[in-house]
Design a protein around this ligand. Structure first.
Ligand SMILES: [Zn+2]
Ligand SMILES: [Zn+2]
Length: 362
């Protein structure tokens, strides 16, 4: 039997290819993909072609098609279960792994980057990515069972939602009564609204640009108290006014590229505030005033990816049906239109406003 899969062969070059489905050993599995979330990093990989000869896609949900006896025991799932698969394939032995920070696993090994979506198709069984019909489940896989009652386009948002839980909740230790300011309203910014609310935030403020009106509406539907178009209002002034000058307990920076929000975050945070930096930048941040950090005893932390507990929480939130997550999912494309899916996510297609986009085998 064969599986179709998208292969990135160069900059902006995707090809639909076919690969043999492997025999599954005792500690492995095979996933029949239902949906594969398109990540912002898929978009930059598509544009830049950092990795060539890979099956992209590292945010898949699907059904366990085959599973070995050891894997079934380890993962506590059986054939026919629906699962969300984590991005990382941690080695399990390096220092970050054994200290519980497997998202920072050192061992890239012979497979290159130790995550789904980035292994060469030269490494058997080639099916290392979610933008495909089937994905191989390596023994190092981490996964989470998800109820089949949830619509697939909602269930597949476990990945951005896990980021929102970890970045706006767990890492900055957001607690009941906190004021949380989220800079940026892409899928991770919107998910951060939910992460903040679930952690007990009493006030959530979200920023965006003039073109982000529809995203800011979704932020409100998720529970944001105030949205700010930074082209019209100064976020620092809005926060000052809304907090009676006390400013924010937590600032989550999830804009992509822009450096000004990082500079602003030092003014938005109040005394003893925590700042989470999770948006990738193209260059260094100018005019960074470390005195502001010192005088207010700010804590600034970086955030990379999601971990097991945050994924578990995300799946729980999805299954609770508490938030209208479907508002955030804007587009689903078949494998053959992966190119379009990526360009929509990258805002390259006139008239389309992608927030969360996914690819499905059909
Ligand atoms: Zn991703
Ligand atoms: Zn490791």
């Amino acid at each position: 039997m064969k599986s179709r899969a998208i292969v990135q062969t160069g900059k902006r070059q995707l090809e639909l290819q076919q690969f043999d489905i492997p025999n599954i050993g005792d500690d492995e599995g095979l996933l029949r993909i239902e949906q594969s979330g398109v990540c912002g990093s898929d978009w930059s990989q598509y544009k830049m072609g950092h990795f060539s000869g890979v099956v992209p896609g590292h945010e898949p949900i699907g059904i366990i098609e085959e599973i070995g006896s050891i894997a079934a025991q380890r993962w506590n799932v059986k054939k026919g279960d629906r699962v969300a698969v984590e991005t990382m394939l941690p080695c399990g032995f390096c220092r970050p792994c054994v200290s519980g920070k497997y998202n920072l696993c050192i061992a890239a090994g012979e497979k290159g980057i130790n995550a789904y979506g980035y292994h060469s198709i030269e490494i058997k069984p080639s099916l290392w990515g979610g933008h495909a019909e089937y994905m191989y489940l390596d023994p190092h896989t981490l996964l989470h069972k998800v109820s089949k009652d949830i619509a697939p386009e909602v269930a597949v948002m476990f990945n951005p939602l896990g980021a929102g839980v970890r970045w706006a909740g767990v890492l900055p230790q957001t607690k009941i009564g906190d004021v949380v300011v989220i800079l940026g309203c892409g899928q991770r910014g919107l998910a951060s609204v939910i992460g903040a609310k679930e952690s007990g935030a009493k006030m959530v403020i979200v920023t965006g640009l003039g073109v982000d009106g529809h995203k800011l509406e979704i932020a409100k539907a998720f529970g944001a108290d105030r949205t700010v178009n930074v082209e019209k209002e100064k976020i620092v002034d809005v926060v000052r006014e809304m907090t009676n000058g006390l400013m924010a307990d937590v600032v989550v920076e999830v804009t992509s590229g822009a450096t000004q929000p990082v500079v602003d975050s030092l003014d938005i945070a109040g005394r003893g505030g925590r700042i989470v930096l999770a948006g990738a930048k193209y260059g260094r941040v100018p005019e960074f005033d470390s005195n502001k950090m010192m005088r207010k005893e700010l804590t600034m932390m970086g955030a990379l990816a999601v971990d097991f507990n945050a994924y578990e929480s995300a799946v729980g939130i999805i299954e609770s049906g508490k938030y209208p997550l479907e508002l955030m999912h804007t587009h689903t494309y078949p494998l053959a239109e992966s190119d379009l899916a990526l360009r929509v996510l990258g805002n390259e297609v006139e008239g389309e406003h992608g927030i969360h986009v996914s690819i499905t085998p059909e």
